[in-house]
Write a protein that binds this ligand. Structure first.
Ligand SMILES: Cc1cc2nc3c(=O)[nH]c(=O)nc-3n(C[C@H](O)[C@H](O)[C@H](O)COP(=O)(O)OP(=O)(O)OC[C@H]3O[C@@H](n4cnc5c(N)ncnc54)[C@H](O)[C@@H]3O)c2cc1C
Length: 439
């Protein structure tokens, strides 16, 4: 329902330039030429809206989840790239300098040299921007370098595109469309200011300090922070925050991590972090008292406002982190509903919070099933992958389609678990998931 409203609003904005162009009542050109112009108009509107869809607005990602927001951002980028890339090739009327008597641009594409240049630059940059995002993992650059280049590239495409639209566009010469483009660009600029200036400035007022960094499993750390002064961020169990470690929140080295502590444990907030690259590999050497900044809470992997006969948590590796936050909160609240935790790891050394989870079975109506793909010799638990055979056995009770399923872990695991749950008859609306990567 929420996704439907957001998508309807999005589509309305995307086709607004078409409606404004139509309202100008200009003499029609051949269909190919109108299609070319239409693709350019809709493509550029979609491009400007990409700035809001970059995953940093709680109004969007808090409603539909960060996965869906980022997936939408990526799908829209591919579609708008297609629209804009074919836009110049569809014109059938000739390119010429503007003809003084052809005031409505019906017979020629009267382009000035500068608008051709800005159009070509925006066109090329857009292709590079989308392709370097799709093939990011194959590039020899750090994530932060790619992210900075992606942001600067997007601003350049929008700037050059705006010049091209205002100078070359037949319909964009109309006052209504000029106002529309300037307003949309202004909103995109505000978005950038909000994310990179206002949000860090707000974080600066509530700095956190590292209380401890402790090893909680193989290559996995528990990072605990608390506010230096003032109140800790409010959040729902299962949400995540963008974490910056260092003297200033005005940095591009922020990383998303789920809170693994529960809201009841505030003001202390804990993150459970697995070594995955240059930032997370250095966590063990972060000193006590180091400064930290949090932007959050984000995400919709949460318990409130959802109905189910019981709760099934399915976690892979460090994907337990947000689920741990929920279990801890449910334990504090002494929640009586039935719960099942299915927790998959490669080996026993990777199991997080094993004894705490075991103790939770005394206080909660909770069954715990560990699944190891490389079990030790005397392992009595389940073995193999978190696949349909394991899930079918564990979820063979009546009424399972009315339970709520929370799934968190690496992207391939979530895709396969979601498909398996679908095969077991669990409706999509009963499944809430969060991937730990946007790829
Ligand atoms: C919503 C969400 C919640 C997460 N929660 C946890 C958690 O609780 N515990 C945990 O261990 N990991 C979590 N992650 C994954 C974690 O953010 C990455 O492992 C971490 O940022 C890697 O940084 P790095 O510099 O060490 O590695 P890098 O080598 O720089 O990155 C490895 C991969 O991590 C991802 N990544 C890196 N930096 C960012 C960034 N700034 N924004 C988005 N993705 C990035 C990219 O896919 C990249 O390819 C979460 C990710 C997301 C999207």
């Amino acid at each position: 329902m929420r996704s439907g409203i957001l998508i309807a609003g999005y589509l309305c904005l995307a086709v607004t330039p078409l409606a404004l162009a139509y309202a100008e009542g200009m003499p029609p050109r051949p269909f190919r030429d109108e299609l070319a112009a239409g693709l350019g108009l809709v493509g550029f509107a979609m491009l400007l809206m990409e700035f809001f869809l970059s995953g940093r607005f709680r109004a969007i990602s808090g409603r539909i989840g960060i996965d869906l927001t980022m997936r939408f951002h990526q799908l829209v980028a591919r579609s708008l790239m297609l629209f804009i890339l074919i836009h110049p090739f569809l014109y059938s009327i000739p390119f010429k300098s503007p003809l003084p008597w052809d005031t409505t641009g019906r017979f020629t594409l009267g382009l000035e040299a500068t608008s051709i240049i800005t159009g070509v630059v925006a066109w090329l940059l857009l292709a590079i921007l989308v392709l370097t995002s799709v093939y990011r993992n194959q590039l020899p650059y750090r994530y932060e370098v790619w992210r900075l280049a992606h942001g600067i590239g997007a601003i350049c495409v929008a700037g050059f595109g705006l010049h091209h639209a205002l100078e070359a566009g037949r319909y964009s010469a109309a006052a209504s469309l000029q106002v529309f483009w300037l307003a949309m660009t202004g909103l995109a600029v505000l978005t950038i200011l909000y994310v990179y200036v206002i949000m860090p400035w707000r974080q600066l007022r509530v700095p956190y300090s590292v209380v401890s960094v402790r090893k909680v499993a193989a290559k996995t750390w528990g990072l605990t922070v608390e506010p230096v002064n003032g109140k800790a961020m409010e959040f729902s169990a299962g949400q995540f925050a963008w974490v910056t470690l260092g003297r200033s929140p005005f940095a591009i080295t922020e990383h998303p991590f789920s809170m693994s502590s529960c809201p009841a444990e505030r003001p202390r907030i804990e993150f459970t972090i697995k070594e995955a690259g240059d930032f997370t590999n250095r966590l063990g050497s972060i000193p006590r008292g180091a400064r930290a900044f949090l932007d959050g809470p984000h995400g919709n992997l949460t318990l409130p406002n959802r109905d189910g006969l019981g709760l099934v948590f399915i976690a892979g590796g460090v994907g337990l982190s947000p689920i741990m936050s929920m279990l801890r909160q449910l334990r504090v609240e002494r929640d009586p509903q039935p719960m099942i935790l299915v927790y998959g790891n490669r080996c026993a050394e990777q199991i997080l919070y094993g004894s705490e989870i075991e103790a939770m079975t005394q206080d909660l109506n909770l069954q715990v099933h560990h699944v190891l793909s490389e079990p030790p010799p005397r392992w009595t638990g389940l073995t193999g992958q978190l696949d349909i055979s394991v899930l079918r056995d564990l979820l063979s009770f009546d009424g399972r389609e009315d339970w709520l399923f929370y799934v968190c872990g690496p992207a391939p695991m979530i895709d396969s678990v979601e498909a398996d749950l679908g095969h077991l008859g669990i409706p999509l609306r009963q499944i809430v998931s969060e991937k730990f990567s946007y790829n």
